[in-house]
Design a protein around this ligand. Sequence first.
Ligand code: SF4
Ligand code: SF4
Length: 312
Amino acid sequence: MTSDYLSLKAPVFNVQTYSIHDGPGIRVTVFLKGCPLRCLWCANPESNLATPQLMTYISKCTGCGACAAVCPNHAVTVKERGGKMAEFTDRSICTECGLCVEACPSEAREIAGKEQTVSEVLEKVLRDKLFIDASGGGMTVSGGECLMHPDFTEALLFAAKEKGLHTAVESCSFASRAVVDQVFKYVDLDLLDIKHMDSAVHKKLTGVPNEVILDNIRHVYHDLHVPVIIRVPVIPGYNDSDENIAATARFAAEKLGPDVAVHLLPYHRLGDSKKESLGEEVTLHIEVPSDEHMQHLKSIVESFGLASQIGG
Ligand code: SF4
Ligand code: SF4
């Protein structure tokens, strides 16, 4: 580790305290911005790009015009929207400078993502150390995709371990072998996504094939000897067939080991409102899976002798 590792920077869009779905105990989850996948159902669309992005919340907007008055690019106008006067931002000329965020009296605007140093993030994580220690928790690095920022992620994980924290990583595992080896040496638990077992379908749904992903998961488990939990976002109509869930469980049982749990994460619609806040169109309308369907998929995983749970 270089001597200046605490000053390495990455775009962070959230440091979430009291996380209970990202590994054991109470955790602080650090969300990095930037992802090499483009899942059709993405729950965190503000994490896709590695650069800061303006988010606007029309439900909070009073149409006061303070944002329009300060915008140096004249990107904002106030006009009738959804039965009330509200801001409209022309994102083709917005430079994400953040002046309108400071001017807004209603917290109706936000810049998602800010470059932060390892030292700054660690300081925030350690504020919760009492709760973390008392609950057997730790720090989880998530995204976006943390492997897109290998130097920062390695340094943050190293620094957390220096402070005696349990470390976990949530990752799509789409990265070079060198990056995987660099980052995973300071990880106590891997929460690794598999979106679909058919590579051609995986490419259609996420933009990339799955061979590298499955290969990296095998490498992390067998060669780096880091415990792995497989996580499957269950997206009705896209990857929730009995065949695909069985193929995922078979991969975990036969290519990894019997100690690997498979967590099934039911689709939720939080990503839709975030897309709207980013000025993006919601083109996909997916039904939330029923409890019965989730229980059925869980029983398929369990039939392979693996532990399974619904939710993280
Ligand atoms: S972020 Fe800056 S450029 Fe964009 S709308 Fe706000 S003030 Fe204008
Ligand atoms: S400053 Fe805030 S509340 Fe006022 S118009 Fe702009 S976004 Fe809406």
